[in-house]
Write a protein that binds this ligand. Sequence first.
Ligand code: B12
Length: 254
Amino acid sequence: MSMTSLTEHLKQLALEVGFASVGISRPDLLEDLPYGPVGQVTTLRPPIQELLETKSVILLVFHTWDKIFSLSVDPPEWRGYGLHSPEEEFESYYLPYEIMKNKAWEIVDFLRREGYEAKYSLRIPLKTTAIKCGLGCQGKNTLLVTPKHGPRVNLISILTNAELEVNEPFKEDLCGDCNLCVTACPTKALAPYSITIEKCMTYSAETPCSTDVSQHVREMEKKLVSRPTENSYIECARCMEVCPIGKKPKSNSK
Ligand code: B12
């Protein structure tokens, strides 16, 4: 299959399995991204540290049209980032990751059957990679804002040694004068285009025992973050929900 037809086939397959959009870049075009530790939360890795032979990075966008997509389930022993030894292993589940991994697998499987190496990864900097793939801009809420669904999306990547046609980076700023996300954050974690991680209620909910979360944020989180069961919670997504970009007006009909 030629580079053009493989690229077209993969993009078509991504839409067929249920992704909203897809873009492609290359490791050498992603060298200036912010790699390394993000607070205690995670360490973002370059694509070639995830798959040495990577020649193309496929970035997949999944539209999260309902609040329940922010559902997380942590094991009862989980105390938070940085508080466990590296030997301990936990099975935490975040609903969109489980859905996206399933869908991405169809594409990984196709590439492997064509004789290429391929794997999915959630450990590269997904927002900035998505911008390089032409899929949207980084909004004032620091999230990827797409023209069609605003920030109400989740992201996953596929790394492969197949050579594919790359997309042009996204150049526009979609936020303009709007500051709705910044003012909507109940704990004032946001300033335009930047976040104080310890003030974010998602960080607070994910780190129940950490000492870097203030009592005020902890109290707000206990009050506002919905907990369907003892070990699950629906992560705060106010900064995604309020964004007017791509929002369908609510119909008045019953
Ligand atoms: C660490 C992390 C968190 C941490 C820290 C957040 C953060 N912004 O770093 C915590 C736990 C707080 C968190 C919370 C949430 N997260 Co989170 N998180 C991540 C993770 C793992 C890495 C994020 C990252 O790259 N941080 C690195 C720093 C450097 O990036 P940054 O904050 O964007 O900082 C940049 C800006 O400040 C920018 N900047 C500074 N000044 C200016 C000026 C201008 C003009 C511009 C353009 C930029 C700019 O430069 C900095 C460096 O690039 C990604 C998954 C992944 N592998 O990428 C998911 C991810 C970003 N999270 C996601 C989501 C959905 C959330 C939540 C909504 C929770 C939820 N309901 O699920 C909240 C939203 C909070 C928020 N507004 O950011 C999605 C976002 C989807 C999207 N539309 O972008 C991701 C991509 C997960 C996924 N696979 O889908 N998250």
